[in-house]
Design a binder for this molecule. Structure first.
Ligand code: SAH
Ligand code: SF4
Length: 411
């Protein structure tokens, strides 16, 4: 990676804010159908019209992706005016939009307080690949879990995100990527899923989604609603560090694909890397995985394993991994460690990662190595951290020097 391209990424254009981003009115985004109906009743909509109005508004919000009440052509002006006075459907403000050399995009978004304390800033990342595009969504601002190799873990928890804030990350990404139908497309037309830019979402941004279960559930059920955003549950993956009691509920109540941040196969090491292991050790975690509703060879659990040089990357560890996962329909995703300023860990050597992967492959597991994406804009796994704690200039320069020195790893 040449110096110029590192700086080019940082200098990528900042997008203008969309809509009346600073509105502190409550949002209609993130309400389920029942709540939306209740809201309309409160606005004086007669009972016999509720169902129809809910489905009209649902279509405008989630199929057409509008963020302005006046675009709701089939909703009477009177109702639009009432809605406008009391509610918002505006997107969050885009504080910064960065585009990496590899096409990865990162947005820093600011949400107004909406009565829930102060405004918060959140990052989400879009990763385009051959035949698919994945949006990585945050569930909390910061995280309470302090995994020792994770940048987000060094930021204290500011607060849980609401269903609105979680969903808005998807809506905003689709706006910016041109992923909603044009205004002149007839009502009811959907972009076929094969033509969409965002084909998959992963709850792998900032925060631990299972420490914010109810709001994450609400957002994901809306994202997968067949008359709205219509993302297949098989294309939604929730990643957890191992909050055992909520794992079963995730399968039962949300029904999305599960990823587990494993990273170590012995309790003593996992206690250090992923401290929630002290509360829910490996035996309980693997048992919860075995009992995950809907699990089969066609619906396997992804185990994420970050490759840390001389920490968890020996062939002994690889052997332990295979033993641990025996009988669990599993995919193993090897993640090269993404460095951040101040970390003491290093990424394993590429040759070691390949050896590790070959060993696991030979045991019959698919073990793709996750290509680091968007490292130059700090958009890769575990590198997210919001404005409140962003790097000081000196830190950033040191980081850029480190990225240039590490250039070889990226190719
Ligand atoms: N809190 C959830 C989801 C967010 S983290 C969880 O821990 O699963 C998303 C993934 O990125 C996790 O697998 C996490 O372990 C991994 N990760 C965190 N920091 C990383 C880093 N510096 N390099 C590579 N992967 C990292
Ligand atoms: Fe939190 Fe996940 Fe980072 Fe651990 S890896 S600190 S759970 S975001």
């Amino acid at each position: 990676m040449a110096t110029e391209t590192v700086f080019a990424a940082r200098m990528a254009p900042v997008a203008p804010p969309l809509g009346s981003a600073s509105s502190e009115l409550p949002s209609l985004i993130g309400l389920d159908r029942e709540q939306l109906g209740e809201t309309l009743r409160g606005c004086g909509v007669p009972e016999r019209q509720i169902k129809m109005r809910v489905s009209q508004i649902w279509n405008w919000l989630y199929v057409r992706g509008i963020s302005d009440f006046d675009a709701m052509a089939n909703v009477s002006r009177d109702l639009r005016d009432v809605l406008k006075r009391h509610f918002t459907i505006a997107r969050p403000e885009i504080v910064e939009e960065q585009i990496s050399n590899d096409g990865t995009r990162k947005w820093l978004l600011r949400f107004p307080p909406r009565g829930a304390g102060r405004p918060v800033e959140v990052e989400s990342v879009y990763i385009p690949e051959e035949g698919r595009g994945t949006l990585c969504i945050s569930s909390q601002v910061g995280c309470t879990l302090t995994c020792s190799f994770c940048h987000t873990g060094t930021q204290r928890l500011v607060r849980n995100l609401t269903a609105e804030e979680i969903l808005s990350q998807l809506l905003l990404a689709r706006d910016r990527l041109g992923d909603f139908p044009d205004r002149d497309v007839p009502q009811g037309a959907m972009i076929p899923s094969s033509d969409r830019k965002v084909t998959n979402i992963v709850m792998m941004g900032m925060g631990e989604p299972l420490y914010n279960f109810e709001e994450v559930k609400k957002a994901l059920l809306i994202a997968s609603d067949g008359d709205g955003l219509s993302l297949s549950k098989r294309r939604i993956t929730l990643s957890t560090s191992g909050v055992v009691p909520e794992i079963y509920r995730t399968g039962e109540e949300i029904g999305v694909m599960l990823a587990i941040s494993l990273h170590a196969v012995r309790d003593d090491l996992r206690d250090l890397l992923v401290p929630i292991n002290k509360k829910y050790p490996l035996k309980e975690l693997i048992e919860a995985c075995r009992n995950y509703p809907g699990l089969s060879n066609a619906r396997r659990i992804t185990f994420e394993y970050v490759m840390l040089k001389d920490v968890n990357d020996s062939l002994e560890d690889a052997k332990g991994l295979i033993q641990l996962l025996k009988g669990v329909p599993a995919k193993i995703n090897l993640i090269p460690f993404n460095p951040w300023p101040g970390t003491n860990y290093q990424c394993s050597d590429w040759a070691q990662i390949e050896k590790f992967a070959d060993f696991i492959n030979a045991a019959g597991y698919a073990s793709p190595i996750r290509t680091p994406r968007g490292r130059d804009i700090l958009a890769a796994c575990g590198q997210l951290k919001s404005e409140s704690e962003r790097m000081r200039k000196t830190e950033r320069l040191a980081f850029e020097a480190m990225m240039i020195a590490n250039h070889g790893e990226d190719d």
